[in-house]
Design a protein around this ligand. Structure first.
Ligand code: HDE
Length: 709
């Protein structure tokens, strides 16, 4: 009877889940997904019956055609004539395409962009003026140096690329989670990437900058100093793609209806705040769960917690181009927010996972040169090179007709006379394939008058042809100091530790020769065994807002989507566990029951022999690690508790677990006395507090760390 009831309840739950998905499906459809839909539909329908690629039905796709001796039943050789088997193998042999030369590993999702403040004074682009529009977007987040199969949590810059499918054509902001870049001139990119990637003689190391070539490059290019400090900071080990900023990095321009130009930088700031892992967690996760970030994004969207970023612009009028001590076209410099404030004008929400990773996330192709009327470029020498590179690299990766692939097609009509090439999907009718022609009457000149066509800003260009950059490009340290000075003390310690880690992996430690800050250089030199410098570069002492992660908290602090491990063993208190779980779930956290085995765990008062009345553990203590969770409750296993404590995570405990916790985490200076009126103890970032409710502390994941590891 109980079994039947349980089955009934399970099927009801399944029906509920299916219905929720249906609703999600409908509410998350957007113009782009509808545009791609016919394609998916046909694939799904043909899936009912196996056929060859040419459509012939197949009755057996499991056995190669062979010669069989009917008298013995032994089979002889496999026949090459089996066109069905051959086709299957041939298709398989060619499944791989070249991985991206950088940013090979990534994860993506669909969503929309919504504008809240029109900016006609800066740009005529409808996507930046029409607040009624919901523009479909596809975003892809990535690491830079690692191969497609490398781990998510390595120390690296993260790519943050967004394709807007606007009614005026595709607009791509191909950004990173760090606002500056290593080099100033695109011609240096191949050298830089070669130096960062595995070394040529042994293809070591994978997805790491902790090697000689990378730091050799840094030493030889002091322009890389600023970005290197960012790459050694917590920004390079994000907790989640959902908790990092995105920056267009390069200087673009906005052009208004009067034809006036304003320089602009684009920024995305996550509503969840900017948060990072600690290094030890990142290192362990790379082995324990290499897909940590991609799963996190996927799960949040599946569970209906759609990540959201505010979209901001920093603008500099054309007349002010020279008023700063740095060149605004130098991608190794940011525009400090106290000098050029960020104006948040819209938001992006990601609300739909891809259906097929390869077809969407792998085949999506971004180009910095994809802009729409009202948005333009600048003479930023890095951007100029990028505008050439992206289109070119897509031809190698996806073929010349890459813009016809469903995920890359614009939602507006495309009409031109670009023709043929490998894998052309379009069938053009008509007798002509050139422009102008006798059938299309509109002479090209009249298009110039149309306001909705792309108009280049008629910038005045005079000068000599020289291989140089502007004079201000030669200053390389002021903003490295600005960034470092602006960090909280614990963030600075993390930078020092990161540098020391990286240089420990090099045979020739050299960073102390390039002192951004004397104390930083001395500490690092001391740790890696270098000469400790006595005098440093003069530090200007300036700071700027928005650079430390402590300046970027969540807009609405919340435990939503955070993972809480509930550790139990036989004899646990099911009443307490259920109550705490329900309270956390009600606030959007996901809870996972971890037991000594992945099976039934029996609460107090239930006889294990009965085989019923237990709670099924989601995982056992060895199957998952504390690193995979944001907080833990009722820590019973010593290693879990100590590790989570070291990683600055909130730990809640009730009942017997209190004394266990007290024994597990005995550290000098930590007061283990709990509130005398409560048997509950909470240890949060090294501070022990008595609490009436453990849920309260588990909720408060946004506390500023008071210590560091
Ligand atoms: Fe890229 N970059 N890049 N890059 N980049 C590529 O294009 C390049 C730079 C960035 O999710 C490639 O499709 C040059 C800065 C992202 O698909 C390639 C230069 C920034 C992605 C390329 C830069 C980026 C790429 C490789 C120096 C931050 C992944 C595969 C002039 C603003 C996009 C591809 C995705 C990918 C060239 C510097 C971000 C080779 C020549 C600065 C997020 O075209």
């Amino acid at each position: 009877m109980t079994g039947a009831f349980q089955r009934l309840q399970e099927s009801l739950n399944e029906a509920k889940i299916a219905a929720t998905h249906k609703v999600n499906e409908i509410t998350t459809m957007n113009e782009k997904i509808v545009e791609m839909w016919p394609n998916k539909d046909s694939v799904e329908r043909s899936g009912n019956r196996l056929t060859t690629d040419s459509g012939t039905k197949v009755y057996d796709a499991d056995h190669w055609l062979k010669v069989v001796d009917p008298s013995t039943g032994h089979h002889g050789p496999s026949l090459l004539e089996d066109q069905i088997a051959r086709e299957k193998i041939h298709r398989f042999d060619h499944e791989r395409i070249p991985e991206r030369v950088v940013h090979a590993r990534g994860a993506g999702a669909h969503g929309y962009f919504k504008l809240y403040t029109p900016i006609p004074e800066f740009s005529s682009a409808p996507v930046l003026n029409d607040t009624a529009r919901s523009t479909p977007v596809f975003a892809r987040f990535s690491t830079v140096a690692g191969s497609r199969g490398s781990a998510d949590t390595v120390r690296d810059v993260r790519g943050f690329a967004v394709k807007f499918y606007t009614e005026e054509g595709n607009w791509d902001i191909v950004g990173n989670n760090i606002p500056v870049f290593f080099i100033q001139d695109a011609i240096k990119f191949p050298d830089f990437v070669h130096a960062a990637k595995p070394e040529p003689h042994n293809e070591v190391p994978q997805a790491q900058t902790a090697h000689n070539n990378f730091w050799d490059f840094q030493y030889l290019h002091s322009e890389a100093t600023h970005m290197s400090v960012w790459a050694m900071s917590d920004r390079a080990i994000p907790r989640s793609f959902r908790m990092m900023q995105g920056f267009g990095v390069n200087t673009f321009s906005l052009i208004n209806a009067q034809g006036e130009r304003t320089f602009v930088k684009f920024v995305w700031t996550p509503e969840l705040g900017v948060h990072s892992l600690v290094w030890d967690e990142a290192l362990k996760l790379a082995g324990q769960d290499p897909d940590f970030h991609r799963k996190d994004l996927y799960e949040a969207i599946e569970n209906g917690y759609y990540p959201k970023w505010r979209f901001g612009i920093q603008t500099v009028a054309e007349k002010d181009q020279d008023k700063f001590e740095f060149d605004i076209l130098d991608a190794t410099k940011l525009w400090p927010e106290d000098l050029v404030p960020v104006n948040y004008i819209g938001e992006m929400v990601l609300n739909r996972n891809v259906d097929e990773f390869f077809a969407e996330t792998e085949q999506v192709a971004f180009c910095t040169s994809h802009v729409v009327p009202g948005i333009g470029f600048s003479d930023d020498p890095l951007l100029q090179g990028r505008n050439f590179s992206y289109f070119d690299t897509q031809i190698t990766r996806l073929g010349v007709n890459w813009e016809q692939i469903p995920i890359n097609r614009p939602v507006c009509p495309v009409m031109n006379f670009n023709r043929d090439g490998a894998l052309n999907h379009r069938i053009h009718k008509g007798k002509v394939n050139y422009w102008p022609n006798r059938f299309e009457a509109v002479p090209p000149a009249s298009h110039k008058q149309e306001t909705d066509s792309y108009q280049e800003y008629p910038a005045r260009v005079v000068g000599l042809k020289l291989r140089v950059n502007g004079a201000k490009f030669r200053e390389h340290f002021a903003q490295a100091q600005l960034f470092y000075n602006s960090l909280a003390e614990y963030e600075k310690k993390h930078v020092q530790a990161a540098l020391a880690f990286e240089l420990s992996h090099c045979d020739e430690p050299i960073v102390y020769k390039r002192d951004i800050d004397l104390a930083l250089a001395q500490n690092v030199a001391n740790m890696v065994g270098g000469d400790i410098p006595k005098e440093g570069r003069q530090n200007h002492g300036r700071k700027a807002p928005g650079l430390s992660q402590t300046d970027l908290p969540a807009i609405r602090p919340s435990i939503e989507t955070r993972r809480v491990a509930m550790i139990i063993a036989d004899g646990f208190d099911i009443g307490v566990l259920t109550a705490v779980r329900a309270a956390l779930k009600a606030e959007g956290a996901t809870t996972w029951v971890i037991g000594p085995r992945r099976g039934m765990i029996f609460p107090t008062g239930v006889d294990p022999e009965s085989g019923t009345g237990g709670l099924m553990a989601d995982h056992h203590l060895e199957g998952q690690r504390s690193t995979m969770f944001d907080a833990i409750f009722n820590g019973r296993a010593v290693h879990w508790v100590r590790e989570a404590f070291g990683h600055l995570k909130p730990i809640g405990a009730l009942g017997d677990a209190v004394s266990f916790l007290q024994q597990a985490v005995v550290l000098p200076g930590v007061d283990l006395a709990a509130d005398p009126n409560s048997d509950e103890v909470v240890i949060s970032y090294g501070v022990v507090t008595g609490w009436k409710s453990s849920v309260g502390i588990l909720r408060s994941l946004d506390i500023e760390p008071s210590t560091s590891v």
